[in-house]
Ligand binder design. Structure first.
Ligand SMILES: [Zn+2]
Length: 157
């Protein structure tokens, strides 16, 4: 078996254990230089945290371990197709590569697909199921928020 498949089997084993313990069947690994540096399972039921997906949990553990918000050079192996939140989080973390073993099609018969969210997000804001409003409020007594931040960044440099 190639290394990608071995790491995916490890992610699936995590998903099985989580399922046995009453959690949702998802597990993920963060790998750097061929070594597993962090793992995660879906903890949304045990923590009441809707963002505690396996990939998010693994990313949090990896970032803490590396003491960095950047996970450049890392690869994620996920048992299931990452949802849009996890895909975005991986991009924000600088992860360039992700492998997954169970697709949204595999999950759909069991209510474990996020394909509908992908479809909704691909629409223009005005057509999405969640109301999204751009309200460009600028408090009068304050400098522009972003320009102020930039100035502080530069003065710290
Ligand atoms: Zn997710």
């Amino acid at each position: 078996m190639n290394k990608e498949s071995l790491f995916l089997c490890e992610a699936i084993e995590l998903a099985y254990s989580n399922s046995v313990q009453g959690g949702r069947p998802f597990g993920a690994l963060v790998v750097k230089d061929g070594e597993v540096i962090a793992t995660g399972v879906n903890e949304i039921l045990s923590t009441n945290d809707p963002t505690a997906h396996a990939e998010m949990t693994a990313i949090r553990h990896a970032s803490r371990k590396l003491q960095s918000a950047s996970l450049q050079g890392c690869t994620v192996y996920a048992s299931g197709h990452p949802c849009p939140m996890c895909m975005a989080a991986m991009r924000l973390a600088g992860i360039a590569e992700v492998f997954y073993a169970y697709s949204n099609d595999d999950g759909a018969p069991f209510g474990l697909s996020t394909a509908a969210i992908y479809e909704d997000l691909a629409k223009p804001f005005s057509e999405q199921s969640m109301k999204i409003r751009y309200v460009p409020v600028r408090p009068e007594a304050r400098p522009d928020l972003y320009a102020d931040w930039k100035r502080r960044q530069e003065s710290r440099a």
